[in-house]
Design a protein around this ligand. Structure first.
Ligand code: COA
Ligand code: AMP
Length: 627
């Protein structure tokens, strides 16, 4: 590695404040920052707190003001409804300023929370940007989550308003959202004043006035409102993510740092130029959707694609390449799972050759480990640079990447390449000592985290400290294990906690365990992730039934699958449930989930010396053979 990347990284590490103050000059603030960051009474860091801005202004108005009102801001492509629609920057602004008027009329003001539970339709983006315009804090809940998960988030965020739609469409299945929303609102302790519901013709919803408001009708009389100035450390959004317990964590994102980070990343990480088309094939319910479907491309002046479809079956495995051709996409970003699905159905990548994909310069992957076979397949079949990058909901942008906008580095299979300027990534051992090159340990980031990363957990400073800061004082604990090699390349080897990644969706085994343990027949259980060729990982449960339970294991199995799915959502489907006589534990009672995973995945068992009774694995193997 030589040259420009190192220069840039040194500019950051020599003087982070100066580096980020310099980057902040790229943003048209209402009033510019005088100071890079400060620490609050908890010692938490906040960037550009003294500056004034409005994120919606940056995403829309600034481009119109600069004379780009006719440029396409958003392309909506929905194979599930046979719809294609484009919005210029001016048209998107018109919609957003009017919808901000609708929300203002319903009493939403700066600092209020608004939960958004919507499918991948332009109105979801309009809702997010309209919140930003008012200085309200949105919290988008992924449409695949069930009513219970929505209720938990409503109780934590205590929103004034919920934005929703009558339905979502999963390939050819219409999923009615309104009954889920009604159920969530009845489960939640917090009372929401109003719900604005976008009516889709596939399944119009019952509107219960005066609580519910019909989106389209409300827009008819709405007045446009301007962008409210907010301070750099005012929150832009809360995004809940799975932790190790059943209660999701509300990752807070502040306006100022976020805007600077989004702008910087579009150039540095993705090598984009304003006016080009960026496509993050993800969902607005995940962080990738927040950062790279909505905010970063718009703040940077690109065209973004909102795709309401799947990589396969809408209608086939060439869907991604069709979109690339149709909109002349420059860079495509998705999860490895999506490409594994394409590879399974179209192993020779005929779809790629069937379309004119010459606009496509590079492919970005993140969200889960990029397995070498998928990496090699993509490289061979597309001939494009295939760039793995590593990040998390908490950081909001890439911690490690191939910084293509500065210097294109050689890639190494299995590595997310190098720390992004702004992130001081280190590997620590259990004693908090620095690991040697190639030695695996906990991946941590020296504080302060760069702009855009979470300053805390919503209304829960204690959880922020306990989950991220206490283990290694002065460092942020990522929850991932890995190592840096002798060239400074970072290899992420997987989570060290109970978080798993299923088809690029982040789930908590702890949460599933709480649900499984709640079944009346279950005495004890362990939920862990096993390898899956398509989805990367899938959850599996081992349960010990109560002695007095008279029924069949198969009955419990069916009930548990339905309960987990019903409580968390269809994305949390337990692949298998096996009834066992007992679970392997250490002498102190800790369940050895890692060994269970090794057993199922056919790996060598690394049984710790503290195990209570190793013969349990023979008993479990027998159960597996008969189940
Ligand atoms: N609303 C309602 N239900 C949803 C949903 C949503 N937004 N998203 C997924 N589901 C449902 C699916 O319909 C499916 O239901 P089913 O079990 O009744 O068939 C279930 O949740 C599991 O979905 P998924 O895990 O996505 O599996 P799949 O077999 O339907 O699709 C892939 C497999 C690989 C095509 C799909 O997971 C995919 O596109 N992955 C890419 C993920 C991604 O982009 N992640 C973002 C990080 S960058
Ligand atoms: P999420 O918060 O949903 O984005 O999930 C973040 C987690 O996904 C990380 O902590 C990693 O465990 C995993 N992850 C994301 N990107 C990568 C990557 N490129 N390589 C390996 N793991 C990744």
């Amino acid at each position: 590695m030589s040259g420009q990347y190192q220069q840039e990284y040194r500019a950051f590490s020599d003087n982070p404040e100066q580096f980020w103050m310099q980057q902040s000059k790229r943003i048209p603030w209402f009033s510019s920052p005088q100071k890079a960051y400060h620490q609050d009474e908890n010692g938490f860091y906040h960037w550009f707190a003294d500056a004034e801005l409005n994120t919606c202004y940056l995403a829309l108005d600034q481009h119109v003001d600069m004379g780009h009102s006719e440029q396409t801001a958003l392309i909506y492509d929905s194979p599930v409804t046979n719809t294609k629609r484009t919005y210029s920057y001016q048209q998107l602004l018109n919609e957003v300023e009017k919808f901000a008027g609708v929300m203002q009329d319903l009493g939403v003001t700066k600092g209020d929370r608004v939960v958004i539970y919507m499918p991948m339709i332009p109105e979801a983006v309009i809702g997010m940007l309209a919140c930003a315009r008012l200085g309200a804090i949105h919290s988008v809940v992924f449409g695949g989550f069930a009513a219970h998960e929505l209720a938990v988030r409503i109780d934590d965020a205590t929103p004034k308003l919920v934005l929703s739609a009558s339905c979502g469409i999963e390939i050819d299945r219409v999923i009615e959202y309104k009954p889920l929303l009604d159920e969530a609102l009845s489960q939640a302790k917090h009372k929401v004043e109003h719900c604005v519901v976008y009516q889709r013709e596939q399944a119009p919803a019952d509107i219960q006035a005066p609580r519910d408001v019909d989106w389209q009708s409300a827009m008819q009389g709405a007045k446009a409102v301007g962008a409210t100035p907010v301070m750099g450390d005012d929150p832009l959004y809360i995004l809940y993510t799975s932790g190790t317990t059943g209660t999701p964590k509300g990752v807070v994102r502040e306006n100022g740092g976020h805007a600077v980070a989004m702008h910087y990343s579009m150039e540095t990480v993705y090598g984009m130029k304003p006016g080009e088309v960026f496509w993050a094939a993800s969902d607005i319910g995940w962080v990738v959707g927040h950062s790279y479907i909505v905010y970063a491309p718009l703040i940077f002046g690109c065209t973004t694609v909102l795709y309401e479809g799947k990589p396969v079956r809408t209608p086939d495995a060439s869907a991604f390449w069709r979109v690339v051709e149709e909109y002349k996409v420059t860079a495509l970003f998705s999860a490895p799972t999506a490409f594994r699905a394409i590879k399974k159905e179209d192993p020779h990548a005929q779809g790629f050759n069937q379309y004119d994909t010459s606009s496509l310069k590079r492919l970005f992957l993140a969200g889960e480990r990029l397995d070498p076979p998928t990496y090699e397949w993509l490289k061979e079949k597309t001939g494009l640079p295939v760039l793995d990058h590593w990040w998390q909901t908490e950081t909001g942008w890439a911690i490690a990447c191939n910084p293509i906008g500065i210097e294109s580095l050689l890639t190494k299979a299995g590595s997310a390449t190098v720390p992004t300027p702004g992130f001081d990534v280190q590997i620590l051992d259990v004693h908090g000592e620095q690991c040697e090159a190639n030695e695996q340990g906990a991946v941590v980031i020296k504080l302060p985290l760069p702009p855009g990363c979470l300053p805390t957990v919503w209304q829960n400073d204690t959880r922020f400290k306990a989950g991220y800061l206490n283990q290694y004082p002065g460092y942020y604990l990522t929850g991932d294990g890995g190592y840096l090699d002798e060239d400074g390349y970072l290899f992420i080897m997987g989570r060290t906690d109970d978080v798993i990644n299923v088809a690029g969706h982040r789930l908590s085994t702890g949460e599933m365990e709480e649900i499984v343990a709640g079944h009346p027949a279950v005495a004890e259980c362990a939920v862990f992730a096993i390898h899956d060729a398509l989805k990367g990982q899938v959850p599996m449960a081992m349960v010990v039934l109560k002695d007095d339970y008279q029924g069949e294991c198969a009955t419990v199995e069916q009930e548990l699958k339905a309960t987990v799915r019903g409580k968390i959502g269809a994305i949390a489907c337990l692949k298998d449930i096996v009834c066992v006589p007992r679970l392997p534990k250490t002498r102190s009672g800790k369940i050895l989930r890692k060994n269970l995973r090794q057993l199922i995945d056919g790996e060598e068992l690394q049984i710790p010396s503290t195990i209570d009774d190793a013969s349990i694995f023979d008993e479990i193997s027998e159960c597996l053979q008969t189940s």
